[in-house]
Design a protein around this ligand. Structure first.
Ligand SMILES: [Zn+2]
Length: 274
């Protein structure tokens, strides 16, 4: 960020930084994040980097439901919005780091419901993983059309995107209409290049409620030929080893079970062997 003289940092704290009885440790930590944000903001302003923090009020989570009415009413009263926010469904709370700067990069970022789903359901504990089966019918892709599936003999996995024939831009996952040209009927399906380089990654050291076992890594992979940046989980090596510039290739792996007990197959990136 300093090199590029541009960046946005968003820290997560809590309204608890103002103080709560019986929460000296928690309040100290949250107030620490506020101080860190102030100090870093002053420190990095000269490089064009903004530092902010989000202090959510009371969130409607299972834990909040265990509060007695009096306590809940008191907390709602000191929340500026005067209501409980609904629970967060994005994986943001687990992120220790989140890339936002796209303005100077020729590669566009691509996230999707499918990728988030993979993120949330991926890296299940070994006990929950099924051995990949070659029988069709016992396996299902996490989302149809995301990658070539099922694989035929000797075929290597590849992500499937599409390209606008008008402006040439590629997308993953596929878009019904090009967001640049807004002309329908111009999108053609393409197979994305199988190998890419890590743009950025982060190691998450807290297991997620959806069963992703810590530590695990995820981040962005640049597919240079397609001028595309895709969001993905990493696999097959030490989570800390997916440093920027590392060569990786797409791989299909079981990531869980669906309601019918079928093995759900998703995509991840692993180091290029050899
Ligand atoms: Zn276009």
């Amino acid at each position: 960020m300093i090199e590029r003289e541009y960046g946005k940092i968003v820290n997560l704290t809590s309204m608890a930084y103002k103080g709560n009885i019986g929460q000296v440790n928690y309040v100290s930590a949250k107030a620490g994040v506020v101080g860190l944000t102030h100090a870093l903001g002053l420190e990095l302003a000269r490089y064009g980097i903004n530092v902010n923090c989000v202090a959510p009020g009371l969130i409607d989570t299972p834990k909040a439901k265990t509060l007695d009415d009096k306590t809940r009413d008191r907390l709602v009263k000191i929340t500026p919005m005067r209501k409980m926010e609904r629970s967060w469904t994005s994986p943001m709370p687990f992120c220790s780091w989140y890339p936002m700067n796209q303005s100077t990069s020729p590669v566009r970022r691509s996230t999707s419901a499918g990728a988030w789903k993979v993120f949330k359901e991926g890296n299940l504990p070994d006990s929950a993983k099924a051995t990949p089966s070659t029988k069709t019918g016992s396996e299902v892709p996490v989302q149809s059309g995301l990658f070539n599936y099922p694989l035929t003999d000797g075929e290597t996995p590849a992500l499937k995107g599409n390209r606008c024939t008008q402006c040439g831009k590629s997308f993953f996952p596929k878009r019904a209409i090009c967001p640049e040209c807004f002309v329908s009927g111009q999108m053609e399906e393409i197979e994305l290049e199988r190998q890419g380089v890590v743009y950025a990654s982060t190691v998450v050291r807290v297991s997620s409620p959806t069963g992703i076992k810590a530590p695990y890594a995820y981040g962005y992979v640049d597919l240079l030929a397609n001028q595309l940046r895709v969001f993905a989980l990493f696999t097959g090596a030490d989570p800390g080893s997916f440093v920027p510039g590392k060569k990786v290739e797409v791989v299909l792996e079981p990531i869980g079970k669906d309601a019918e007990g079928k093995t759900v197959i998703g995509y991840k990136f692993r180091p290029v062997s050899g």
